[in-house]
Design a protein around this ligand. Structure first.
Ligand code: NAD
Length: 257
């Protein structure tokens, strides 16, 4: 591990108290970044290493930028990772207006607002990098997740749009589209619900789901100087799941993965 990969860089990571965000904030910190971790769940923030700066806050709060300004002080902002988000949901005919609003407030409006904030902080400081966490569901048709898939498709489009607007100022904007990632929340269901096992493991080219650390590694790459000529890209981190299905002849449901 290169512990100097992000030395001298300050990164804000949202939703850093669990799962993928926890892995992103931890990896960047271990690789030398000053990390400001934001989560609405204070207990989750305690899981982060000592030395990570913790801000309990909701990404939907319009005052969050002002609070981040206070936390940053005069330090230039180099990296923003828009990771906080909610999943799940149902089909369009099962989704209320309120549900739709909630998905768009958390998964889209907050990304839009925080990115605009970050651009103002990065402008004139030699550039920066924004990485958005979209989803493979932004790119394919997926059953039973209308509001979620639409919200992540908006994040995918926003990534290209902002990359175009802010590239001339040296600000790169990219996204990662994870497939199913094994977190404490999803692990048990992946193994015990036969249809999930069949769709996400048996039919996946790499025959497994991903880990938060694997998504974090892709995010760190896009945020790093190694990706200095990459902007407007959405990188799938899904074990090949979205490019094709490769069913086995015999189901392995019931076997432990
Ligand atoms: P998670 O639920 O484990 O963690 C999300 C974190 O974000 C939590 O700590 C939560 O408290 C925080 N959060 C949620 N809403 C917030 C808000 N309004 N303000 C501040 N903090 C908030 O989820 P995860 O699986 O790690 O997912 C992280 C991101 O990755 C999400 O954007 C999700 O849509 C995306 N994603 C996850 C998967 C997967 O399989 N886990 C797949 C594709 C995309």
């Amino acid at each position: 591990m290169d512990t100097n990969r992000f030395s001298g860089k300050t990164a804000i990571v949202t939703g850093a108290g669990s799962g993928i965000g926890l892995a992103i904030a931890t990896q960047m910190f271990e690789q030398g970044a000053t990390v400001i971790a934001v989560d609405r769940n204070a207990a989750g923030l305690t899981l982060l290493p000592d030395g990570v700066e913790k801000v309990k806050g909701n990404v939907t709060d319009p005052e969050l930028g002002a609070r981040l300004d206070q936390q940053l002080g005069a330090r230039p902002l180099s990296i923003l990772v828009n990771n906080a988000g909610i999943g799940g949901g149902g089909r369009a005919d099962e989704t209320s207006d309120d549900d739709l609003q909630r998905y768009f407030d958390i998964n889209v409006r907050s990304v839009f607002r925080l990115s605009a904030y970050a651009v103002k902080r990065m402008r004139g400081t030699g550039g920066g990098a924004i990485v958005n966490i979209a989803s493979i569901y932004a790119l394919i048709g997926a059953t039973g997740s209308a509001a979620y898939s639409m919200s992540k498709a908006a994040v995918d489009g926003m990534t290209r749009q902002m990359a175009t607007d802010f590239g001339p100022e040296g600000i790169r904007v990219n996204a990662v589209a994870p497939g199913l990632i094994e977190t404490p929340l999803t692990a048990e269901r992946i193994r015990t619900e036969a249809w999930r096992h069949q769709i996400f493991i048996e039919q996946a080219p790499l025959r497994r789901v991903g880990t938060p650390a694997e998504v974090a590694a892709a995010v760190a790459f896009l945020a790093s100087d190694e990706a200095r000529f990459i902007t407007g890209a959405t990188l799938r981190v899904d074990g090949g799941w979205a490019v094709g299905r490769y069913p086995r002849q015999q189901s392995t449901v019931g076997e432990t993965a």
